[in-house]
Design a protein around this ligand. Structure first.
Ligand code: HGA
Length: 608
């Protein structure tokens, strides 16, 4: 969701800002803009469309200067247009970029209009620029003006501000939206995500909610929400955490699918040894918490929600305690009943998902403990939870989540084992599960060999408008994730059902124009699933089956089958996900959609 970059340096910053925006484009890409201060003037360029349009404009009209802010937008207030693109200005002297939503912008706008401010955009952001100007007119310096302005704002924001009267200062603040400071040598930066700044620094300072920071080229000062001077630690980014380059791959999504064998290794590293789980991976306090837990409440959104659904099957089967799963946008707004000794488990790739964070904050005082499974260390979710387990998947740039999902599943299996140990899971079973997990990197490597046959299969979908995904038991959420992937990137309408539900409604949709995709591992439910598939065939539906290694499902007229290699049944949800990712990818490529940046979507959903 919207990406912010800012820089203050002794060299021209426009190139740094543009590169930062390119790296943040996964967060939003309907328009982009930049404002750079040069010799007492703020020069601003904004363009509708992708960052490349802004880069082209910069070629024509270079923006010299060593202080600037830039933005790539995912509109929440006002359509994507040049006028609504950030930075927004008040007069000629002040420019602002914003990620988030100002919930009370309407009364603020009215108030400012009554005082003579003229608005040139439909955005909520523009009130911030004018509020700041009003404070400056009232005699406050830039930092005090920002502090007074923040006191008027409701909602979520990360802000970058520059002013012509302060040519050596870049101001920033955050509340509820992500923002990181990049610490350079004689130059400093801000960004929504550290990825944006990796070409210029590997040292980062994470701001807390409510912080204001003032950056000069060789100095950074932070104040906390109470206005007290605050120390924020500087951490060094490990380059081994993955790269944000596409390399030889045509799309980030494909690269990220292919990275999964290595990611499986990364998420297991340091968490298992000699056939056992290393519980310390969850933090020193984890053992005592896991001992006491009587039920688990999982809260997440989108793909992470599907990972949570898989975990429900695992936790109830192997730990034997109740596990509830709910989407965060519902959970946060209803009076939830949480039995005593509930562990609240949140899942988010970015750790900045607004609804998930709000859900955590809403109930954290009413639960035994909170555990975050997340891909970004230092993210808000991780910092605000009692326990955390990193998925170590490295940067995920494709908007459609792939490796983040499978690494969450592994982290959830580790969590299940950790809980199970304290609730009667035998040592033997633990060893069995850990041994299965150890096979994952090799297994996913083998699965990638199915890419060719899956690409061939994808041709059947190019002309279709709808698709149905079926699975049973722990493979039902995998079918849901398969359907989500297909709709996200190919724009084919896709739904998932537990196969047993077919005859209760969706069967009415089945005809030769409705391809039905089934995930059919060899397990106790296979015969039942096969009966459901017969129901589809009997109505002329074309079947695409991802089957286990046994040969009991065979290709025939109207039935296309891809067999997976032999694998431990506990790994089915992870293994069967990969072919579904590849199928969506190839269908999207055939349809010619923008695979990494599908329309209307953005990654890291930091707005509600
Ligand atoms: N509300 C602002 C910023 C949107 C945003 O942060 N999206 O993720 C706007 O609509 O421009």
């Amino acid at each position: 969701m919207c990406g912010i970059v800012g820089a203050i340096a002794a060299r021209p910053v426009a190139g740094i800002l543009l590169e930062g925006l390119r790296r943040l484009e996964y967060r939003g890409y309907d328009s982009a803009g930049m404002a750079v201060l040069d010799q007492g003037t703020i020069n601003r360029l904004r363009r509708i469309g992708k960052v490349q349009a802004l880069a082209d404009a910069c070629e024509q009209q270079p923006l010299p200067g060593g202080l600037g802010i830039a933005h790539t937008r995912w509109a929440t207030h006002g359509k994507p247009s040049e006028q609504n693109a950030h930075p927004h200005m008040s007069g000629e002297g002040l420019a602002v970029v914003h990620n988030g939503i100002i919930e009370n912008f309407e009364p603020l706008k009215q108030e400012l209009q009554q005082q003579g401010y003229v608005f040139t955009s439909e955005t909520d952001t523009e009130v911030v620029a004018h509020l700041l100007d009003r404070e400056l007119q009232g005699g406050f310096d830039l930092r005090a003006a920002l502090r007074n302005t923040l006191a008027r704002l409701a909602g979520a924001f990360a802000l970058g501000v520059i002013h012509v009267d302060q040519p050596h200062q870049l101001l920033t603040a955050r509340k509820g939206s992500p923002l990181v400071i990049g610490v350079g040598i004689g130059e400093n930066f801000i960004a929504s995500d550290q990825l944006a700044l990796l070409p210029v620094t590997d040292r980062f300072m994470y701001l807390e909610d409510g912080d204001i920071a003032l950056l000069e080229a060789d100095h950074i000062q932070v104040w906390d929400a109470q206005g007290q001077v605050a120390e924020r630690a500087v951490t060094t980014f490990e380059r081994s955490q993955g790269s944000a380059e596409k390399g030889e791959f045509r799309h980030f999504m494909l690269k990220e699918i292919y990275e999964q064998p290595r990611v499986m290794q990364a998420v297991l590293e340091g968490r298992i040894a000699s056939g056992h789980l290393l519980e310390q991976a969850f933090g020193a306090a984890a053992g005592a918490v896991f001992d006491q837990v009587k039920q688990v409440q999982i809260v997440a959104c989108g793909t992470s929600f599907h990972a949570g659904m898989v975990a429900k099957y695992w936790i109830e089967e192997w730990v034997g305690i109740p596990c509830m799963v709910e989407v965060a946008s519902e959970f946060r707004y209803r009076p939830v009943v949480l039995p005593r000794d509930t562990l609240l488990l949140t899942l988010s790739q970015s750790g900045e998902t607004a609804d998930t964070l709000a859900a955590l904050r809403a109930v954290q005082d009413r639960v035994l403990a909170t555990l975050a499974i997340c891909n970004v260390p230092g993210s808000s979710l991780v910092r605000e939870s009692d326990l955390s387990l990193m998925t170590n998947a490295g940067p995920e740039i494709g908007v459609a989540s792939t490796k983040a999902f499978t690494s969450q599943l592994v982290a959830l299996m580790l969590t299940t084992i950790a809980l199970g140990r304290r609730h009667g899971l035998s040592g033997e079973r633990e060893t069995e599960l850990v041994a299965a997990l150890e096979q994952l990197p090799g297994l996913l490597q083998q699965l990638l060999a199915l890419d060719g046959p899956i690409e061939e299969m994808s041709a059947h979908f190019a002309e279709k408008h709808h698709a149905l995904f079926l699975g049973r038991n722990v493979l039902y959420p995998v079918a849901m994730e398969g359907a989500l992937k297909l709709k996200e990137i190919s724009y084919i309408h896709a739904e998932a059902y537990p196969a047993g539900e077919l005859k209760h409604g969706p069967l009415a949709l089945v005809d030769k124009e409705m391809p039905v995709i089934a995930v059919a591992p060899r397990n106790g439910m296979l015969d039942k699933l096969k009966a459901n598939l017969q129901e589809v065939r009997a109505r002329g539906g074309e079947l695409f089956v991802f089957a286990g290694c046994d040969q009991s499902i065979q290709a025939q007229e109207g039935v296309h089958v891809i067999h997976l290699p032999a694998l431990p049944a506990v790994l089915d949800p992870i293994a069967f996900t990969l072919p579904l990712q590849l199928l969506s990818y190839h269908v999207a490529v055939l349809k010619g959609t923008d695979v990494d940046q599908p329309r209307n979507l953005a990654k890291s959903v930091t707005v509600e």
